[in-house]
Design a binder for this molecule. Structure first.
Ligand code: HEM
Length: 385
């Protein structure tokens, strides 16, 4: 297995956007490109049943959570995420994270810190305050390290995955308690009070899982922030430009999302017999849509391996071309409802990094593309002034 580049090698070898191979003893079609993204996401052609290995599924897609639902059930549950992350809520979230970031940055002054950790703590503190459950310093230590461990374990097999799953059980117990005590009118209370399509309140466990589906991925934005810091370090000519112009910050954030190796693929199972791009599917066939390779598809991107934020300055990315957080639409598909918040939070962090004073000591910036999720070897160490 060649890690993130597995699909890329296959597409190059056959000279096409889809190839069929065997993975874990099963026949699977790998696909990339915006046509395949549309085919995969739109029109209810694929279900998520048996679409990912169990270990990954247990870490990322908890039973009964929004990722595993379809049809009206999915639409109703998805609306909860879209509502609590509306434009004004996103401004609030950004403000809380900025406040927490300032605190973490000041506390780290003069010390060597891992940006992955610092950003993870700021995001944990910010998102919990936003959700209506501010954390004490002791709780922040625990929650930040549990979320980081869960994210780190998500794509792996063996001990790292088992650790991620153990952490998940502990964090779920915490989330259940938090939702029981949620102050009224808070995001936490809205999750606890959500009613499914059948008018029933979510059971305690499902509500806790969905609540964590808001908190944990927000903390995962730390990984994009690390790759943004690396990009600013390697391309210092962008520093003053992103510091001065909001539009440039957004373009920079989009290019970081396009180039960061994070969620490599999503899997689906054919819901019926069908054909696309010369590939025939029988109901139940397994398909892996390669998000990583789509974000680097030479048919969609000029010089795909070059870091060039300017590509996003004149036009909005097509919704099925830039797909680090899935493709298709928010309401009617599984596209990540946290994507607009991710872009906002990342652009703000880019602005802060571009204007802050810090030194970057000698360290290993290499990124091992066989490790999921990937990161610079040392997590990006810096010393805030
Ligand atoms: C850190 C950056 C993030 C990345 C790389 C990411 C990536 C993804 C991906 C690849 C999917 C799956 C799409 C699919 O199944 O087809 C997804 C779904 C989802 N994400 Fe994110 N995400 C991020 C941030 C967020 C944030 C900030 C939130 C919430 C605050 C969030 C909540 C969700 C939820 C609830 C789903 C399930 C949606 C559904 O099944 O309809 N994510 N995300």
């Amino acid at each position: 297995m060649r890690g993130y580049a597995f699909g890329q090698h296959g597409f190059d070898a056959v000279g096409r956007d889809a190839f069929t191979t065997r993975l874990m003893g099963k026949r699977v079609t790998f696909a990339r490109g915006s046509g395949w993204v549309r085919f995969f996401y739109e029109g209810d052609r694929f279900t998520r049943d048996r679409a990912m290995p169990r270990s990954v599924k247990h870490s990322l897609q908890d039973e009964g959570s929004v990722q595993t639902l379809a049809g009206d059930e999915h639409r109703n549950r998805k609306a909860l995420f879209i509502d609590v992350l509306d434009a004004s809520a996103r401004i609030d979230l950004d403000r809380h994270v900025a406040e927490a970031w300032r605190k973490e940055w000041a506390a780290a002054s003069g010390n060597r810190v891992s940006l992955l950790e610092l950003a993870g703590r700021a995001l944990t503190a910010g998102v919990c305050t936003w959700a209506g459950i501010p954390l004490s310093d002791r709780d922040l230590d625990r929650r930040a390290s549990e979320f980081a461990g869960m994210i780190d374990g998500a794509g792996s097999f063996g001990p790292r995955n088992l650790r991620g799953r153990a952490l998940r059980l502990r964090t779920e117990a915490w989330a259940r308690q938090v939702l029981r005590d949620a102050p009224p009118e808070t995001i936490a209370a809205r999750v606890a009070g959500h009613r499914d399509a059948d008018g029933q309140l979510l059971d305690e466990r499902t509500a806790a899982v969905e609540f964590l589906n808001l908190l944990r991925p927000t903390v995962a934005i730390a990984r994009f922030i690390v790759f943004a810091a690396l990009a600013l370090h390697l391309h210092p000519e962008w520093r003053s430009r992103v510091a001065e112009h909001e539009e440039t910050r957004l373009a920079f954030a989009q290019e970081v999302r396009r180039t960061t190796p994070f969620f490599p693929v999503v899997g689906g199972t054919a819901a019926r017999d069908m054909e696309w791009d010369g590939v025939r599917f029988t109901r139940g066939d397994w398909v892996i849509l390669d998000l990583f390779a789509t974000n680097r598809d030479p048919q969609l991107w000029t010089d795909p391996c070059t870091f060039a934020p300017a590509r996003f300055m004149s036009s909005e990315p097509h919704h099925n071309a830039l797909v680090p957080q899935g493709g298709g639409f928010y309401e009617d598909g599984h596209r990540c409802p946290g994507e607009p918040a991710t872009v906002d939070l990342l652009a703000s962090a880019v602005g802060r990094l571009a204007t802050a004073e810090y030194t970057v000591p000698r360290q290993d910036f290499r990124v091992d593309l066989r490790r999921f999720p990937a990161q610079p070897e040392d997590g990006f160490v810096l010393i805030p002034a």
